[in-house]
Design a protein around this ligand. Structure first.
Ligand code: GUN
Length: 285
């Protein structure tokens, strides 16, 4: 069994992004800019936004976080998005999810300019992905693909089983795997007999947020297992959705939690923001 080391790969990507930022600055005088909207005081969201901001600082991006109380109105968030769409110093806009229940999330995601949609959540970019056209791809699925590529894990014709069908992870991940010519099964909360699907997987990718969902008897010998879950157990430790101890001996490759998919998500946010900045710089010429 080999570990898919997202921590090391994300550090390599960060250095490459930092180099590109220097070059962009020398050539155009611009630095990539990321604006983050954070609503309310959800602890996990605050922690994620903090990590994203620190990563931006490390690679030399300009970044700004718009912190808003959970009582904020839909209109006020919309005004902020419109302002950032028009601000030439901002290349990427990220709305940290989830939002409070009185907020219409879809409307906000659709208001972000597709060229600044570094999370890849706008239907324009979702459509581009599903037709295998270039665009912005959600960071977690994109990071998983980079990790699999780094370890030369071939996807063409492989049985890939995705557990979880969210718009943020499961669905875009399935689209990327399909674009890479894998045979893709998406399972979800209503799936009958989950194990009957997971046992067939050459590559099993799990992101639902349920501790211990995947046990050893649900995994084929020699499978590649990608654990996208980030959960805190009763001892306060970070764990994934896969029982690492019992499943890992059966795998050819497996991601650790932490240190697998998590750091790749942040590295991809940096890459997407750099890409947006490079496109905006090109358009300004
Ligand atoms: N909430 C959980 N994951 C994500 C993500 O990748 N992007 C945003 N914006 N919010 C999230």
């Amino acid at each position: 069994m080999k570990l898919l080391d997202g921590k090391t790969l994300s550090q390599t990507i960060e250095s490459q992004v930092a180099q590109s930022v220097k070059r962009l600055k020398q050539e155009t005088g611009r630095v990539p800019g990321l604006a983050v909207i954070l609503v309310g005081n959800d602890e996990a969201s605050q922690a994620y936004v903090g990590m994203k901001k620190r990563a931006c600082d490390r690679v030399g991006f300009y970044s700004v976080t718009h912190e808003m109380p959970s009582s904020i109105s839909q209109e006020a968030i919309e005004q902020t998005i419109v302002m950032m769409n028009e601000n030439p110093n901002i290349d990427g806009i990220l709305i940290q999810l989830p939002l409070p229940s009185h907020i219409d999330t879809t409307r906000l995601l659709e208001l972000v300019a597709p060229s600044k949609d570094v999370d890849g959540f706008h239907p324009f970019n979702v459509g581009r992905l599903s037709t295998a056209l270039d665009g912005f791809v959600p960071c977690t699925p994109l990071g998983i693909m980079e990790l699999l590529t780094k370890y030369n894990i071939d996807l063409c014709g492989k049985e890939c089983v995705v557990v979880g069908a969210s718009n943020i992870v499961g669905k875009p991940l399935a689209a990327l795997l399909l674009n890479a010519e894998a045979t893709v099964t998406i399972t979800h909360i209503q799936t009958q007999d989950l194990a009957s699907h997971t046992k067939n997987a050459d590559i099993l990718l799990v992101g639902v947020g349920v501790i211990g969902l995947i046990s050893e008897d649900m995994v084929k010998d020699g499978a590649v297992v990608v654990d996208i879950g980030i959960n805190r157990n009763s001892e306060g430790k970070l764990v994934g959705d896969v029982c690492f101890e019992s499943v890992s001996p059966k795998c050819s490759y497996i991601t650790p939690v932490p240190g697998g998919v998590g750091p790749m998500t942040i590295a991809m946010l940096l890459k997407n923001t750099l890409k947006a900045a490079q496109i905006h710089a090109q358009e300004a010429k």
